[in-house]
Write a protein that binds this ligand. Structure first.
Ligand SMILES: Nc1nc2c(ncn2[C@@H]2O[C@H](COP(=O)(O)OP(=O)(O)OP(=O)(O)O)[C@@H](O)[C@H]2O)c(=O)[nH]1
Ligand SMILES: [Zn+2]
Length: 200
């Protein structure tokens, strides 16, 4: 494995950039900010979302979560963002677009759409996260997430999640049902009353 180190200069400041080149076309990358000392650092595990992160789709909340995670890490003074190329919760871009079509054409929600095309609800693996945190010598994290399954998956890998730090979703009329579905069907931990308060 070749670990390529560089810098990423962002809106909130400069991060150390680490590309874990293991021969895959899209190797995992991590961006580390500041110096973590006494407390477990804030860690954000971000999954690829071409539609949201690259094109700014309004039907999910990925871009807002990215921005809020960077803000939280900068405000805290330290933290790490790990980006995994697990498009569509690990089903890949083509099947994510198939799932999108089921949502747009047939009114399926984000959970049923995956099942309707013969995929699982969430096919992500966090094995890479374990290796990356080991490399950074981070045994315990404060995880920026709303997803209890992600916390469980990390704990099963032996990663100590010392605390979960919620990222309240940036709700708009186009992503409100999607965000509601994540709370109701995937147990994401945000207050539904604030989600419902957004006007159509
Ligand atoms: N299959 C599918 N994937 C989606 C859809 N919308 C977003 N995604 C993917 O969902 C992933 C992000 O997962 P989320 O469910 O938003 O959140 P999470 O990572 O589980 O939890 P957080 O840590 O709170 O962000 C990315 O890989 C997106 O590409 C969708 O409608 N269908
Ligand atoms: Zn998204």
């Amino acid at each position: 494995m070749d670990i390529i180190q560089s810098l990423l200069k962002t809106r909130v400041g400069t991060f150390g950039a680490f590309c874990f080149d293991d021969g895959r076309t899209q190797p995992p990358v991590a961006f580390a900010f500041g110096a973590y000392k006494e407390r477990p650092p804030l860690v954000r595990i971000q999954s690829e979302c071409l539609t949201g992160l690259v094109f700014g789709s309004l039907t999910c909340d990925c871009a807002g979560q990215r921005d809020d995670a960077l803000d939280a890490i900068a405000a805290d003074g330290a933290g790490v963002v790990i980006h995994l190329w697990q498009e569509g919760r690990g089903i890949g871009l083509a099947d994510k677009m198939r799932a999108y079509a089921r949502q747009i054409n047939d009114g399926a929600d984000t959970v049923d759409a995956n099942l309707l095309i013969g995929r699982q609800i969430d096919e992500r693996s966090y094995v890479d996260v374990k290796a990356i945190l080991n490399w950074f010598q981070i045994p315990a994290v404060r995880l920026l997430t709303n997803n209890p399954s992600k916390v469980d998956a990390l704990r099963q890998l032996g990663i100590e999640v010392a605390e979960t730090v919620s990222i309240p979703p940036q709700v708009n009329p186009l992503n409100r049902n999607y965000i509601r579905t994540k709370a109701v069907r995937l147990n994401h931990t945000y207050d539904l009353s604030s989600v419902d308060a957004v006007d159509d």
